[in-house]
Design a protein around this ligand. Structure first.
Ligand code: PHE
Length: 368
């Protein structure tokens, strides 16, 4: 007959002496595991007479539950001690400076796009858009550049290998002007229009002032009595608000675009100050250089017709501005290619805080 008291004393003693959770687990297996000594005793219950079970059985049950309780208690104690040790070892010094989180910035092109959209919103223009992969009808034909028209060679066009389902050639749009056509067709040919269309355009070209992808904002105004004077005023107002100064120098040169007649190329005067281009200055334009900013003109009658407008009734003006050029002029960058290198150092130097809305202080002086 096994001495249950002795077994109990020995088990509780060992449990109390265990110094880590592994040792405790080993003891649980030793006493209560499948092959454990107390488990072994439990198995003898079945063979006992009812009287024996009354005494021995109850004693074995009591031994089992006291060992079970002791194991649980020991486990809780050891876990609490382990937590205490961990807390003591891993103190957090709240006075340490926090690690610096890198902060993104707004690309100058995005900033300038936002500024331009604000200015044109003040002038009552809505924003329109079109696809960057365009068919050659919208990009060329509807803009009065039929197939084999020599003006198509003015653009170094990226052609896509496949035709559309209707057999049209697909291109990466070479300018934002196809949005003129889309906006006119969407308007149904019977209402005035005042839109800008900002976006990416593509030409096979690369040097310090040309990149194969760049940004334009197209402008289109259609009405019954729109004339060249409105175009000039709009561009003057735009440049004054954008450069935030009144003494803008503008030069309008006769030019040629198939989609405008007459066509006007617009330059702005700047001078070098401390190694930076500074736009504007005294009115005589002496000592100034000129930078070409945009193409514009009165919408060609063929283009109005392609857009569903009757040129006998409607007329309008259009322009296309290089956004990247404007950004270089306003914020003093010299190499356009750096715009698209994705160099984080360049971006943190020339970028804008995402928390600032466009910085235009003066807004548009519409009464000027
Ligand atoms: N689409 C022309 C270009 O990219 C610019 C332009 C737009 C000229 C609208 C006249 C009218 O060069």
């Amino acid at each position: 007959m096994i001495d249950l008291d002795a077994l109990g004393t020995q088990a509780l003693g060992k449990i109390a002496a265990a110094t880590d959770l592994d040792a405790l687990e080993a003891l649980r297996v030793e006493f209560l595991g499948k092959q454990g000594s107390i488990s072994g005793l439990m198995k003898t219950l079945g063979a006992m007479s009812p009287e024996e079970r009354q005494t021995q059985g109850v004693a074995i049950q009591a031994l089992r539950s006291s060992v079970t309780d002791a194991l649980a208690e020991g486990k809780a104690k050891l876990e609490a001690a382990a937590l205490e040790r961990k807390l003591a070892a891993e103190t957090i010094d709240l006075s340490l400076p926090a690690p610096e989180a890198p902060l993104g910035s707004v690309h100058p092109v995005s900033q300038v796009m936002d500024e331009l959209a604000e200015i044109f919103a003040d002038l009552g223009f809505a924003v329109a858009s079109g696809p960057e992969i365009e068919d050659d009808w919208h990009n060329f034909t509807a803009l009065n550049m039929p197939e084999s028209h020599p003006a198509r060679a003015m653009h170094d066009t990226f052609y896509l290998p496949d035709l559309t389902a209707e057999g049209r050639e697909m291109v990466l749009r070479t300018h934002t002007s196809p949005v003129q056509i889309r906006a006119m067709l969407a308007a149904g040919g019977n209402q005035p229009l005042r839109i800008i269309a900002p976006g990416r355009v593509y030409r096979s070209d690369s040097d310090a002032t040309h990149t194969p992808m760049f940004h334009q904002i197209e402008g289109l105004v259609i009405g019954k009595d729109i004339h060249l004077g409105h175009l000039k005023w709009t561009l003057e107002t735009l440049l004054k608000a954008f450069f935030e100064r009144e003494d803008i120098l503008l030069r309008l040169r006769p030019s040629y675009f198939p989609f405008t007649e007459p066509s006007v190329e617009v330059d702005t005067g700047y001078s070098w100050q401390d190694g930076r281009r500074v736009v504007g200055g005294s009115g005589d334009a002496e000592g100034h250089s000129w930078m070409e900013l945009l193409g514009s003109g009165m919408v060609n009658a063929h283009v109005l017709r392609a857009g569903g407008y009757d040129p006998a009734e409607w007329q309008g003006f259009a322009f296309g501005v290089g956004v990247d050029r404007l950004a270089m002029l306003k914020y003093g960058m010299n190499d356009l290619r750096a715009f698209f290198d994705g160099d984080a150092r360049w971006l943190s130097h020339y970028g804008f805080s995402a928390l600032d809305v466009p910085t235009l202080s003066g807004g548009v002086g519409v009464n000027a």
